[in-house]
Design a protein around this ligand. Structure first.
Ligand code: UDP
Length: 242
C-alpha cells in the first residue's frame, strides 16, 4: 500500500477516529481450557491470544532460581498475522519484544513466593495492526490474573505517537508506518507506575508530555476493560446486579 497524502483529514484519522480515541477494545478472560490462565484481546484489527502456565517446577533445572520464580515470556507472531507472511520462529524483533514484555510484567508479580518455579507466558499474535507488544502486555496481565497468580496490580499497555504533526492515541498500522513517532507504554494503573516505555521517531518536549498524558488516558480505558473481563469470568452477571 502507498502512503496516503495525509494521515489526518479535518481532525479525523484514516479510520475515522479522533486523535484521542482508542480503537474498539474487547477483552475476554479464561478462553483456553488447558492453560492455567488465558486471555484473548482484540484492539481494532489486532487479535492476540495469551496462555499462562504455572507457577510450576522449572525445567531445565539449571535455570531454577533458589529464591524466586522465573517469569518466561514468549512473544510470537503467526506467519499469517501480517500482510507479508512472517517466517515462523523467533527473530531479533520477537526476542527483544519478549524481553521488554517480561520486564513490563515482572513488577506486579510476587516472584519470591515461588522459589525454583517457572511462570510461562505465551503471547500469540494472530493478527497484527500495530501495537501488538502493548496489546500482548494487556492480554498477558489478564491471563496471569486468570491463572490465580497473586498480583500487586494489573499492567495495561497502549501506544501513542504522532502523524501529520498531531499527537495520537493508539496508532494503527498506517500511522505506525508513516507517522513521525511511535511510543509504546505499559503502566501499573493503580499506582500509575510505568513499566515499559519505548520510542521510535521524534517528539518535542511538549509533544512528549502531551503524548504521555494521552497514554495515561488510554491506559485508564484499557484497565477498565481488563477488570471488566475478569469480573465477567468470575462474578456471574446475576451476582453483580445485587
Ligand atoms: N509488522 C509486520 N511484519 C513484521 C513486524 C511488524 O507487518 O515482521 C507490522 C505489524 O502490523 C506490527 C506493526 O508492523 O503490529 C508495528 O510493529 P512494531 O515493531 O512497531 O511493533 P508493535 O507496534 O506491533 O508492538
Amino acid at each position: 500500500m502507498e502512503r496516503p497524502e495525509r494521515l489526518i483529514v479535518d481532525g479525523r484519522r484514516l479510520d475515522g477516529r479522533r486523535p484521542d480515541e482508542l480503537r474498539p477494545l474487547q477483552i475476554k478472560a479464561g478462553v483456553l481450557k488447558r492453560a492455567d490462565g488465558s486471555a484473548y484481546v482484540e484492539l481494532g484489527k489486532n487479535k492476540v491470544l495469551v496462555a499462562v502456565y504455572g507457577p510450576k517446577e522449572m525445567h531445565p533445572r539449571h535455570l531454577q532460581q533458589s529464591d524466586v520464580a522465573v517469569l518466561r515470556c514468549r512473544y510470537n507472531m503467526a506467519p499469517f498475522s501480517v500482510e507479508e507472511r512472517k517466517r515462523p520462529g523467533p527473530d531479533r524483533r520477537s526476542i527483544e519484544i519478549s524481553k521488554v514484555v517480561r520486564e513490563a510484567l515482572e513488577p506486579v508479580l510476587f516472584l519470591h513466593l515461588y522459589p525454583r518455579a517457572a511462570i510461562d507466558v505465551f503471547i500469540e499474535i494472530l493478527q497484527a495492526d500495530a501495537g501488538t507488544r502493548t496489546t500482548g502486555i494487556t492480554a498477558a496481565a489478564v491471563a496471569l490474573a486468570d491463572a490465580g497468580i497473586p498480583m500487586r496490580d494489573l499492567v495495561a499497555g497502549i501506544s501513542v505517537g504522532k502523524a501529520d504533526g498531531t499527537v495520537l492515541l493508539d496508532l494503527m498500522k498506517e500511522e505506525d508506518q508513516w507517522g513521525e513517532a511511535d511510543m509504546p507504554i505499559a503502566v501499573m494503573p493503580r499506582r500509575k507506575l510505568v513499566t515499559l516505555l519505548q520510542m521510535d521517531g521524534n517528539f518535542t518536549p511538549d509533544e512528549f508530555r502531551q503524548a504521555l498524558d494521552l497514554a495515561f488516558k488510554g491506559i485508564e480505558r484499557v484497565y477498565e476493560a481488563q477488570k471488566r473481563a475478569l469480573r465477567e469470568k468470575y462474578v456471574p452477571a446475576s451476582e453483580e446486579e445485587r
